[in-house]
Design a protein around this ligand. Structure first.
Ligand SMILES: [Zn+2]
Length: 303
């Protein structure tokens, strides 16, 4: 022991700076051990982990609190849990079947329908997570090429019981096509969907809301009712979820058909606000079939 100390002292005497080098090394080692995340050596200032935009998301944290709030605030309460997607959709009224097109359901009933155009798209799963968390129905107007490109997302919509309609095959202006091409577009979009489901397809919405009598008649030959909308927040050109939600909630009235779009982050974030706002105004949010099953009760409806 005595000899070791002596040898150590000799080493420090022969190399006077050795003591300081040892101390610096020890302090350095201690700081790595004690503050591993704060070392700036070899690391960039800030690491930002951004998930790829098309990554399937399990993260719906932003709405968890809202979900809890709505459980407390739902105006009727008893609708929770019994608004599950139904296999058997109610029959459309005869006046709906006979109509040229529909913009709105019955103004006598405090129901509204949310519709999503242009999917399936990359955020489809996230939209569905929100709809399921709130237990509300919605209707998706699908584009044929999107169904072929994202069949899993289309299946997700169908398998979770949401109602679907067609929104053309390639989202081109049907009024600019000749009769043959237009009819072909209907066939192709129906085939894309029917490759995934045997379910009844009842609704057609023309791209850009642009149609003529020929298009409506062609839809009818496929037993499709042409459905437009009466509430349009123009969400495709807005990023602010509050702005989108405010427009929808303000304009919503009995029988409203609300037009929204898939693949929009702003719309996705607006969705919980829209659902809560509609509930606060006393509306029940239903599928299009349900909304349109009561239309004949109101002769003043805009058919
Ligand atoms: Zn569209």
């Amino acid at each position: 022991m005595h000899t070791e100390l002596k040898l150590e002292n000799i080493a420090f005497m022969r190399f006077p700076y050795l003591r300081y080098i040892v101390i610096i090394l020890l302090v350095g080692l201690f700081s790595f051990w004690a503050f591993p995340g704060q070392s700036s050596i070899g690391q960039p200032d800030k690491i930002v982990v951004k998930p790829p935009s098309n990554a399937p998301s399990q993260n719906i944290d932003f709405m968890d609190e809202k979900e809890i709030r709505q459980l407390k605030q739902h105006p009727t309460g008893n609708n929770m849990g019994d608004n599950k997607p139904e296999e058997e959709l109610p029959a459309l009224s005869e006046s709906v079947m006979a109509s040229k097109f529909i913009r709105q359901g019955s103004t006598d009933v405090n129901q509204v329908a949310i519709t999503f155009d242009d999917g399936p798209y990359l955020l489809t799963g996230k939209y569905i997570e929100i709809l399921q968390a709130y237990d509300v129905q919605a209707t998706f107007f699908l584009i044929g090429v999107q169904v072929e490109k994202y069949p899993d997302d289309a299946k997700m919509i169908i398998d979770n019981g949401y109602e679907i309609g067609i929104h053309s095959y390639g989202h081109k202006q049907l009024t600019r096509m000749n009769q043959g091409a237009m009819e072909d577009d209907f066939r192709k979009s129906l085939t894309a969907v029917r490759n995934l489901t045997e379910r009844d397809i009842r609704f057609f919405r023309p791209p850009f809301g642009d149609f003529n009598d020929n298009i409506i008649q062609t839809a009818k030959t496929h037993k499709l009712t042409t459905v437009l909308w009466c509430v349009d927040p123009r969400d495709w050109q807005k990023d602010d979820p509050n702005e989108i939600a405010r427009h929808v909630i303000e304009k919503a009235e009995n029988g409203a058909i609300i037009l929204l779009h898939e693949g929009r982050q702003g719309t996705l974030e607006a969705l919980p606000l829209i659902i809560e706002g509609l509930w606060e105004k006393g509306f029940e949010i239903v599928s299009l079939s349900e909304l349109l099953s009561t239309v004949e009760k109101d002769p003043s409806t805009s058919l």
